[in-house]
Design a protein around this ligand. Structure first.
Ligand SMILES: Nc1ncnc2c1ncn2[C@@H]1O[C@H](COP(=O)(O)OP(=O)(O)OP(=O)(O)O)[C@@H](O)[C@H]1O
Ligand SMILES: [Mg+2]
Length: 258
């Protein structure tokens, strides 16, 4: 295997998704390097979440391939993909509302490939993951009592419980206060330090442009530009389809598109 190939953890090759006879993703090809942070940007309805659903096996493409760590996972089931080292959070957090924060993370640990027996996973391992996301003080709180920001962090901890090497974060900054967004930026960078590869969707460009090695811009299901954050944000097609006007340096903390 060539050195460059060995560094690729995820590759999509000419992926098409059609729903209700409508093309949702058209011929998407992209690669993600190991231990990099790549963000997907684009207006509402561009197909960003659908792209995550394809990678995680929740939506089956009608053409193309998804390759993770040299394995073709295009036809794999979501649980197989998770056990293979890919985990995600959801745009609208989906914790188990009646379970405590600790139990939510234990559920992730139990589901993850590390736990092959019938005994519940250790509370200590779950507590450590709550600590990673800054929620140690909430371990006994039912998930339904957590704020949006806390629920988003809980989802990250639960996803980490499955021991992913590639983590997909769908809008972790949406609806958060500036202080909570700062925490989200710190968390993303800390996750990379832990050796993870991250694929992020967010409209908050201050987060995506600051933390990402590469941005990929989608519009109407097509990949329109990819590259270094500054190049992508300055690209005429991204300005036309997403930003509306060139984004001043000082404005890169603004939310666009939703
Ligand atoms: N299950 C489905 N059936 C039919 N159409 C769908 C389905 N899921 C998504 N779509 C359509 O696919 C397109 C892309 O949706 P998607 O949720 O991937 O966009 P997005 O880029 O994540 O948008 P947002 O920024 O609003 O989250 C939209 O037009 C949406 O209506
Ligand atoms: Mg979405």
């Amino acid at each position: 295997m060539a050195a460059a190939e060995a560094q690729i953890t995820l590759a999509l090759e000419n992926v098409d998704v059609v729903m209700d006879s409508r093309p949702i993703l058209s011929s998407i090809s992209l690669t993600v390097e190991k231990r990099s942070i790549v963000s997907i940007i684009g207006p509402n309805g561009a197909g960003k979440t659908t792209l995550f659903n394809v990678i995680c096996g929740q939506v089956r493409p009608c053409a193309g391939r998804v390759i993770h760590e040299s394995r073709d996972i295009t036809r794999s089931q979501p649980h197989e993909i998770c056990h293979g080292g890919i985990s995600r959070t959801f745009q609208i957090p989906r914790p188990f509302p009646e379970m405590t924060a600790l139990e939510n993370v234990q559920a992730g640990l139990w589901f993850g490939k590390g736990c092959r027996d019938r005994r519940p996973p250790s509370a200590t391992a779950a507590a450590e993951l709550l600590e990673v996301v800054g929620l140690a003080h909430k371990e006994r709180a039912p998930a339904r009592e957590l704020t949006l920001s806390e629920q988003r962090r809980l989802e990250v901890a639960r996803a980490l419980g499955t021991r992913p090497r590639l983590l997909l974060l769908d809008e972790i900054a949406a609806g958060l206060s500036p202080g909570a967004i700062r925490h989200a930026v710190e968390l993303v960078l800390a996750l990379r330090e832990r050796g993870l590869t991250l694929l992020i969707i967010d409209h908050f460009l201050n987060l995506t442009a600051r933390v990402s090695d590469r941005l990929i811009a989608l519009d109407e299901g097509k990949l329109i530009v990819e590259g270094k954050p500054s190049d992508v944000l300055d690209s005429p097609s991204v300005i036309a389809s997403y930003l509306g006007e060139p984004l001043p340096e000082a404005g890169r903390g603004t939310t666009y598109g939703g």
